[in-house]
Write a protein that binds this ligand. Sequence first.
Ligand SMILES: [Fe+2]
Length: 245
Amino acid sequence: MREQIDLECLPAATPVELEPGVTVERRGFLSLAAFGAVALARPLGAGSAARATGSAWERFLEEAVPAARELLEPGAYREDRYLHAVASLASAIDDVPVPDMRPSGQGENTFLGGSYGPDPFVVLHWRMEPGSRIRTHAHTYGNVVTLGLEGMARVRNYEMLGERDFDAEGTFRVRMTQDQVLLPGRINLVPLEHGYMHGFEAGPEGARGIDITTRRKERRETPYLDVAEKPVDEAERIYEASWTD
Ligand SMILES: [Fe+2]
């Protein structure tokens, strides 16, 4: 049985050590304070590409948190508008501190770490070794702004044709809605309303980035997708697919 890792956010009780002796859990305001203090207090040491840019991250939080909360107000919320607003602010982030990471369970040589707020965000840091893959999976309850920070990854997004059904038996058809080269500073969006499945393939230098997730629906186990290599309709980018363990 494959270990189930939640790609929309780490489990709520998962403690993450951002720096030696500084362990946080997701969504805690104090955790954010600890995170910011660490970012400001010392340069980063996890990898040659890590750059101390806590101020850019803090500016993002200062602007994005109140903006996001306002855009999430009942009656004001429109998903694409929300995601593009968060993405426009996230695009100014050039790097963030690199937390301790653990194997993702979604493909060999891929790693996940960090899971912290503040509300409404859950931020997940990911790293991929050269040539590694993160399996194509559906986001069912949290939409995502993915920001590339280092290296390159090919990201492909899909959505089911017709009514979405995460319990569908057998084969169904999906549309590839994006086929993107994610580079540092580039954004990939995962709305819940369209293009809500994605998978990653790291380039020859590997890749690193963050997912800024906003939970909108009831949590459920992550569905994984098998997609046929060749499309049934090239022009429309339609593929046969099925759910897999
Ligand atoms: Fe994802």
